[in-house]
Design a protein around this ligand. Structure first.
Ligand code: SF4
Length: 415
């Protein structure tokens, strides 16, 4: 099968509301109340059990009769009351989705607090929020806007690190920030509602992923410094540490020492792979954090002719965009599967790091392919150790390229 379709009509990623659910359901003491129709509820319950917090969603029964009959808001209120009757529930996020009536639910008709629980309406309609990464931003910014203690005294040398990351990366970040004199770090999205409160008192916010635009602008408008970028690859690692030191007014000598040390360690990892990393890779995920991986691959000496992501271009991702396009990568935002497929046919890369549908397409052509989400988002990528983990896996796959061609020959005998 070498033809690409051109209708671009089938779903290109999972339901965006899932991203918001992932953030909200993981908060301790939270019980989501969803205002959605049965179809949304079925699908979102399924993905939430598998990929969010293995918890159930509670929802009023919203069939056509309730939605069009005018009883919907009373049904939602009754459901909130019933959830709040459990004293262990401290937070009730009310999520509204695509159905026009639930998307337009009136916030002033919902309680702000009931029993032991805070109630917060988060609107996640797919026609407005196109992807699940962007829905994470909507959820985090709604939490910060409501709970962030921006009016309390600011904590000097304290930092919010914003972006869902692998646990080992969070530990590495904490260790390195401590070395340069950062006194407290809050990692968001987090499991403790109090972290969202305390985030308002931090002095600066390091935004690791480019789609957190709404959240970044909340911090910025409260006078907090925004630090762009992430410690991926040698150059960016040193620069990221220096930017944090500068934003928090830390000891510049100590900051430079640590930045140089970490840059050097990452350089040594990259040099260690130089004999093994040759060839071209296509990166095409839908997580919104693909471009920093491309930067790492380019720095390691690989060719990346094409990269795509589901999110729109953002000002937080501008630096990566400029660098990648300067180095010859064609970058596609709000991509369609068909565009990714065309890129695979055009470039015939040695490896595809893509979505499941693109990976099947590549494998049918005898090209090694792995799923971005399971293989990149689920392993460390920051600093020298993260680079070693990612590049080790990629080198192994490129070296085994031959096996994929043989597999193809086995399953598809020559005519
Ligand atoms: S209708 Fe909207 S909210 Fe419901 S499952 Fe589809 S994309 Fe998600």
């Amino acid at each position: 099968m070498e033809k690409t379709g051109c209708n671009k009509l089938h779903p290109q990623s999972m339901c965006p509301a899932f991203g918001g659910l992932r953030v909200l359901m993981r908060i301790d003491g939270a019980q989501v109340c969803m205002a959605a129709d049965q179809g949304c509820l079925y699908g979102l319950t399924f993905v939430s059990h598998f990929y969010a917090a293995r918890r159930s969603i509670v929802s009023p029964e919203l069939m056509n009769v309730q939605i069009s009959g005018g009883s919907m808001i009373d049904d939602v209120r009754r459901t909130i009351e019933s959830i709040a009757s459990d004293p262990s529930v401290r937070f009730i996020p009310v999520i509204s989705t695509c159905v026009a009536e639930t998307a337009g639910i009136a916030e002033e008709l919902l309680p702000k607090r009931i029993g032991n629980a805070e109630v917060l309406l988060v609107r996640l309609p797919a026609f407005q929020i196109r992807t699940h990464p962007e829905a994470k931003d909507v959820a985090v910014s709604s939490l910060i806007r409501r709970f962030g203690a921006f009016n309390e005294p600011r904590r000097e040398k304290s930092l919010v690190v914003l972006g869902e990351i692998f646990p080992v990366d969070a530990m590495m970040i904490g260790g390195i920030l401590q070395k340069i004199g950062v006194e407290s770090v809050i990692t968001l999205p987090g499991a403790d509602l109090d972290d969202y409160v305390q985030a308002g008192r931090a002095s600066a916010c390091a935004v690791l992923h480019p789609f957190y635009e709404r959240t970044a602008s909340l911090f910025e408008s409260a006078g907090r410094r925004i630090i762009k970028g992430n410690p991926i690859g040698a150059n960016a690692t040193g620069q990221w540490i220096e930017r944090i030191g500068e934003a928090l007014g830390l000891d510049p000598v100590r900051v430079k020492e640590v930045a140089d040390e970490e840059r050097q360690k990452a350089k040594e990892v990259l040099a260690g792979f130089s004999s093994r990393l040759h060839g071209s890779v296509i990166v095409a995920g839908y997580e919104g954090n693909e471009l920093p991986l491309v930067r790492l691959l380019l720095e390691a000496g690989l060719d990346v002719p094409y990269a795509s992501t589901s999110i729109a271009p953002t000002s937080l991702g501008e630096e990566d965009h400029r660098l990648l396009t300067m180095l010859g990568t064609e970058v596609r935002y709000r991509k369609f599967l068909e565009e990714d497929q065309e890129a695979v046919l055009k470039h015939r890369p040695d490896l595809v790091i893509g979505t499941t549908s693109l990976d099947s397409f590549a494998k049918e052509l005898g090209i090694p392919a792995i799923y971005y989400t399971n293989n990149i988002s689920a392993r460390p990528i920051f600093f020298a150790s993260g680079a070693a983990s990612v590049l080790g896996m990629i080198a192994g796959l490129i070296e085994k390229r031959e096996i994929y061609s043989r597999m193809k020959e086995y399953f598809v005998p020559a005519d």
